[in-house]
Ligand binder design. Structure first.
Ligand SMILES: Nc1ncnc2c1ncn2[C@@H]1O[C@H](COP(=O)(O)OP(=O)(O)OP(=O)(O)O)[C@@H](O)[C@H]1O
Ligand SMILES: [Mg+2]
Length: 252
């Protein structure tokens, strides 16, 4: 995969003297869904927090190696610009509690002081909420607080908030682990749809979810990338014994 949108090269990350990620090399193709699987504590969240330059904000955090977005080193780009191009959604839905649904969607513009005309904002709000299948449910209550919504709706609002900035990549850290099966199914459906306009990196514990939605899957174990490839191939004929053991529920 020479022409990956995101390339992670000889990358290490950790805290203090503790190394969490060891020599990660990964080239991520654009407009696909890429799952990152692995047992608890193997470094999945650390990896995606490195990708949008959040890891380095923590005290004692360290890293070395390169991450290239469209061949450009993200560590030579301003973190704000990196986070605009690489959005993130967390495990627990976290809409801004004081903002309306409408303002949550365009909060990236509001908080970054990016002035856009009202009509343009209206357009972004509607278009983005349609993308995440939320428009029909909230079109009559756009000026109510986002926190009135159900958990699944709140998570779709958070995905909308990230998508509204037109990112190149969206990082989803176990976005459905706090949701029921019905809300989960909706999110999975929208994930497979939004890849037309964005590359999706999905951290998931749920192997069935990875199999359902992702084109490629990476398996991390103890901070090392054990295997990466086409999801179907990795699930049916894993190359590594560790991958096979994980998929058959032997650990994690
Ligand atoms: N601020 C920190 N300081 C020191 N160690 C940390 C810190 N944050 C995370 N770790 C450690 O880094 C390792 C990897 O954590 P990480 O959250 O990346 O794992 P994960 O694969 O996302 O796990 P989970 O599936 O439980 O979310 C763990 O051993 C964790 O204890
Ligand atoms: Mg995690």
């Amino acid at each position: 995969m020479e022409n990956g949108i995101l390339k992670i090269l000889n990358f290490y990350a950790g805290y203090n003297v503790k190394t969490i990620l060891t020599n990660i090399n990964l080239s991520i193709p654009s407009n696909k869904v890429i799952s990152i699987m692995g047992p608890s504590g193997c470094g999945k969240t650390t990896l995606i927090r490195c990708i949008n330059r959040m890891h380095e904000l923590q005290p004692d955090a360290n890293f070395k190696g390169q991450i290239l977005l469209n061949e450009k080193n993200i560590f030579a780009t301003s973190p704000i610009l990196v986070r605009r191009k690489i959005g993130m959604v967390f495990q627990k839905p976290n809409p801004f509690p004081t903002m309306s649904i409408y303002d949550n969607v365009v909060s990236g513009y509001i908080l970054n002081g990016i002035k856009i005309p009202r009509s343009e904002k209206d357009r972004i709000v509607e278009e983005t909420l349609r993308k995440v299948y939320l428009w029909d449910e909230v079109m009559d209550s756009l000026h109510r607080k986002g926190t009135f919504l159900s958990g699944g709706q709140q998570q779709r609002l958070c995905i909308a908030r990230a998508m509204a900035m037109n990112p190149e990549i969206i990082l989803l850290d176990e976005p459905t682990s706090a949701l029921d099966p019905k809300a989960t199914a909706k999110i999975e459906e929208l994930i497979t749809k939004i890849k037309k306009s964005v590359t999706v990196i999905l951290v998931t514990h749920n192997t069935a979810q990875a199999a359902r939605v992702s084109d490629f899957t990476a398996f991390l174990y103890l901070g090392e990338l054990v295997e990466f490839g086409f999801t179907e191939k990795l699930f049916t004929t894993p190359k590594d014994k560790k991958t096979e053991e994980y998929l058959t529920g032997k650990f994690g």
